[in-house]
Design a protein around this ligand. Structure first.
Ligand SMILES: O=C(O)CCC(=O)C(=O)O
Length: 262
């Protein structure tokens, strides 16, 4: 599967109508350098300090490099992972970042006012050499429900090459509407869309690129997307994904609590 690069939409940043058109046409918007870098790095430091306390990192290396020390790999759902994640969820830097005006300003262009940021904010610490747990293709609406006009904003907490991971989106796939997911045993996201379920139409193709610190990917709740495996030898991939919708539109109670109610 060869991915084409993301379409960069920074030229539409000052024009909400054009930004919405990009979303309507492609099901995603990729923006370079719009997230506040100092805040991203502060959050990266806070999360890596928790990883270091848990013994996950190589203590002889710089904390901010996030070099895995060889314990694990762990993934969401493992007790060892959840013991660290429960602290991540309550970091001030973790709770504040999705509400930063640089990000909410962009999201308001897509949702209209007033904007609601889901309280279920999600962070991910993705270990190397654990590719069988890579999140498979899915639509977020399967998990989130509520209004279909919900948008996910995904960003790495550091530069994220395609080798380290990142996300790929199936361009234009949101137009096919909701597709029921299948149960896939032994993977992190238990319900996903297998390749024979992906819509076939002109222009429906996978897009992905390297991310630099500050880049964000925003996509519609029906857009099919998948994580790229962390194929590095020893680097932890840190990322966050947050969801936004217009206040007053349909929402499930789960979106109003913390992730896993931690
Ligand atoms: O970061 C990942 O590995 C998966 C993220 C994802 O699927 C999402 O944000 O919906």
């Amino acid at each position: 599967m060869t991915d084409k690069p993301f379409l960069i939409s920074n030229d539409a940043l000052q024009d909400p109508t054009q930004l919405r058109q990009r979303m309507t046409e492609h099901g995603y918007v990729f923006l370079k350098g719009v997230a506040p870098k100092d805040d991203l790095l502060n959050l990266r430091r806070d999360i890596l300090a928790l990883c270091a306390d848990a013994g996950w990192l190589d203590p002889s290396r710089d904390l901010m490099d996030g070099i895995w020390g060889g314990i694990g790999p762990y993934t969401e759902g493992n007790p060892e992972y959840m013991a660290v994640y429960r602290h991540v969820i309550h970091l001030d830097s973790f709770k504040a970042l999705p509400e930063h005006p640089a990000l909410t300003g962009i999201m308001r262009h897509l949702t209209g006012d007033p904007l609601l940021v889901h309280r279920r904010k999600i962070g991910r610490m993705t270990f190397p050499q654990n590719t069988k747990q890579t999140i498979q293709a899915h639509q977020d609406w399967y998990y989130i429900r509520g209004t279909t006009e919900t948008y996910t904003m995904w960003m790495p907490l550091g530069d994220c090459s395609m080798e380290l991971g990142g996300l790929a989106v199936l361009n234009g796939s949101h137009k096919a509407g909701f597709i029921d997911h299948r149960r896939l045993p032994e993977v992190n996201v238990a319900y996903a869309l297998e390749s024979d379920q992906w819509p076939q139409a002109e222009g429906v193709e996978w897009h992905a690129s390297d991310f630099e610190l500050g880049d964000v990917l925003i996509f519609h709740s029906y857009t099919i997307h998948r994580a790229l495996p962390n194929r590095t030898e020893n680097l932890l991939r840190l990322s966050i994904d947050n969801r936004y919708q217009r206040e007053g539109s349909d929402i499930e109670p789960g979106s109003l609590g913390t992730h896993y109610d931690l």
